[in-house]
Design a protein around this ligand. Structure first.
Ligand code: ADP
Ligand code: MG
Length: 453
C-alpha cells in the first residue's frame, strides 16, 4: 500500500471511532509524508493540531496503522509547511486554554460499563423541552428497577438522549460507588453481538453479558426493528432482567408505536413503563446549553455571539457543539476572539453543509435520475452490474450528507447487511479525490440533491 492509500485507510477507520467535529477539526487535513524503516511522519496543519493529535490520538493512530502496515514502529508528527520536527520542549502556551481544559472531550469510556464519564446529570441543562425526561431519569437513579421500568426516552437527533441515558448510568454508578452494575450498549452493538453469537454458536455469551447487569441501557432501539433474531434475544433479555427488578433504560428516535417493524410483544413491554419525550429546546435553553458547554471547555465567548448561535441553530445541539469547537479552535489558533462577522461565516458554512431538510428519498431520487435507472432498481436486490456503482454512491451519500447509521442505510438499500454499507462508504470515500470521474459524479449528484431539497 502506498503512503496516501495507507493514510486514507487509517483516517477512514479513525473517523468511525471519534466524533465528527473532532475528526474534522484535528485530522481531516493531515497527511502521511514519510513511512520508512519503521518510522512514519505525519503532517498536521498547525502546531495546535499537532500537539492535540500527539497527546490524544497517538495510540489510536499507531494501533490502526500497524494493522495495515506491521512494519511501522513509531510515528512522529510535524507541522505542515515547516516539515521540521518540533521538539516537544519547545511547546509554547496556546492562549488561555490548556490541553487539560480541552481534554474533557475524549474522556475515556469505561470498558466495563461502556459509559462515557463526560455525560453527567449535572451537565445536562434542563428546560421545558426535556424536563419530563430528565425528572424520569432522575427518579430512576433514585429507585433503580422499581419506579419506572422500563424508562423509554425518545426524541430527534442531537437533542440529548444519549447524554441523558448515559448520565443516569453514571449517576447510578457513583451513588452506589460502583456496586450497582451498569451496562450501556447501542442497539447496533447489541445486534452485532447477537449475530456473532449465533454464527459462533455462543448464544450463552449473550446471556452472560446482558442478563447479569443491574441496569441495562440500550441506545437507539429503533434499529432493532425488523431484525427477528435480535428482537427475540432482546425480548428474552428484557424479560429476564424485568423479572428480577433490574432497570432497563431505552432511547429511540420515535415512540414505540411509531417503530413500524417492532414486534408487538416488545412494543407492549415498552409501553408498560414510563415513556418521556425530548422536544426541541427553546431559545433560553439553547443559550444555557451553549454557556454550559463553553464553561466546560474553559472558553470565553461574548454574549452577543452566544445569542447569535442560539438564534441560528434551533434543531440540533450536536450542531451547536460543532460550531463551538470551531470557534474555540479559531481562538486558540489565532490567539484572539472571533469577530461577529467571522462567526456569521462559520455558521453559514455549517448550515450550508447540514441542510437538515435532505431526506434519504431525495438522495435515492437524485442518484437514480443521474444514472437514469429507476429508484426501485436502485434500492432493489437485482445484482446486475449497472446498479453496483449507483448503489455504492447512494450509500456513501446517505452517510456523508445525512450521517445515517450503517444498519439504517443497509435497510434502505435492498435490506442488505450493514457491512455492505460500511464497505460501500469506504470504497467511495477512499477513491474521492483520486478518481476524478467519480469525484465529479459525486459533486454533481450532491448539487442535484441540494437543489431539489
Ligand atoms: P441524541 O442522542 O439525542 O442524538 P446526544 O445525547 O448525543 O443526542 O446530544 C448531542 C450533544 O448535545 C451531546 O454532546 C450532548 O452533551 C449535548 N446536549 C444535548 N442536550 C443537552 C442538554 N440538555 N444539556 C447539555 N448538553 C446537551
Ligand atoms: Mg444518541
Amino acid at each position: 500500500m502506498g503512503k496516501e492509500e495507507l493514510w486514507q485507510t487509517v483516517l477512514s477507520e479513525i473517523e468511525l471511532q471519534i466524533s465528527k467535529p473532532n475528526f474534522m477539526t484535528w485530522l481531516k487535513n493531515s497527511r502521511l509524508i514519510e513511512n520508512n524503516d519503521g518510522s512514519a511522519l505525519v503532517a498536521l496543519p498547525n502546531h495546535f493540531a499537532k500537539e492535540w493529535v500527539e497527546t490524544k490520538y497517538h495510540k489510536l493512530i499507531l494501533g490502526i496503522i500497524r494493522n495495515h502496515d506491521g512494519t511501522v514502529r513509531k510515528i512522529d508528527y510535524a507541522v505542515e509547511g515547516s516539515l521540521v520536527k518540533v521538539p516537544s520542549k519547545s511547546r509554547t502556551s496556546v492562549g488561555s486554554l490548556d490541553e487539560k481544559q480541552l481534554a474533557f472531550q475524549e474522556m475515556k469510556v469505561d470498558p466495563e460499563t461502556n459509559l462515557n464519564p463526560r455525560y453527567t446529570m449535572g451537565s445536562f441543562v434542563v428546560g421545558s423541552s426535556n424536563e419530563l425526561a430528565y425528572s424520569a431519569a432522575a427518579a430512576v437513579v433514585q429507585s433503580v428497577g422499581v419506579k419506572y421500568n422500563p424508562l423509554f426516552i425518545y426524541g430527534g437527533v442531537g437533542l440529548g438522549k444519549t447524554h441523558l441515558i448515559q448520565a443516569a448510568g453514571n449517576e447510578v454508578r457513583s451513588l452506589s460507588q460502583g456496586k450497582v452494575k451498569v451496562k450501556y450498549v447501542t442497539s447496533e452493538k447489541f445486534t452485532n453481538d447477537v449475530v456473532w453469537a449465533i454464527r459462533n454458536r455462543r448464544v450463552e455469551d449473550i446471556k452472560n453479558t446482558y442478563r447479569t447487569t443491574d441496569v441495562l441501557i440500550i441506545d437507539d432501539i429503533q434499529f432493532i426493528g425488523g431484525k427477528e433474531k435480535t428482537e427475540e434475544e432482546f425480548f428474552h433479555t428484557f424479560n429476564a432482567l424485568y423479572e428480577q427488578n433490574k432497570q432497563i433504560i431505552i432511547s429511540s428516535d420515535r415512540p414505540p408505536r411509531a417503530i413500524p417493524t417492532l414486534e408487538e410483544r416488545l412494543r407492549s413491554r415498552f409501553e408498560g413503563g414510563m415513556i418521556a419525550d425530548i422536544g426541541l429546546p427553546d431559545y433560553e435553553t439553547r443559550v444555557a446549553i451553549i454557556k454550559t458547554k463553553l464553561q466546560e471547555r474553559g472558553a470565553a465567548v461574548e454574549d452577543q455571539i452566544v445569542n447569535l448561535i442560539a438564534k441560528r441553530f434551533q434543531r440540533n445541539i450536536r450542531e451547536i457543539e460543532g460550531i463551538l469547537n470551531k470557534l474555540i479552535f479559531y481562538q486558540l489558533n489565532y490567539q484572539k476572539p472571533v469577530a461577529l462577522s467571522g462567526v456569521e461565516k462559520i455558521i453559514n458554512e455549517a448550515i450550508e453543509r447540514a441542510k437538515p431538510n435532505i431526506t434519504p428519498a431525495q438522495i435515492i431520487k437524485a442518484v437514480a435520475g443521474f444514472f437514469e435507472i429507476s429508484p426501485s432498481d436502485l434500492v432493489g436486490r437485482d445484482r446486475s452490474k449497472e446498479f453496483i456503482e449507483p448503489r455504492q454512491i447512494t450509500m456513501y451519500l446517505m452517510r456523508d450528507m445525512l450521517n445515517m447509521s450503517y444498519p439504517y442505510i443497509a435497510s434502505k438499500i435492498g435490506n442488505r447487511d450493514h457491512t455492505t454499507a460500511i464497505y460501500s462508504f469506504k470504497k467511495v470515500d477512499v477513491s474521492i479525490g483520486k478518481d476524478p470521474i467519480l469525484t465529479d459524479k459525486i459533486l454533481m449528484i450532491k448539487e442535484i440533491v441540494n437543489k431539489v431539497s
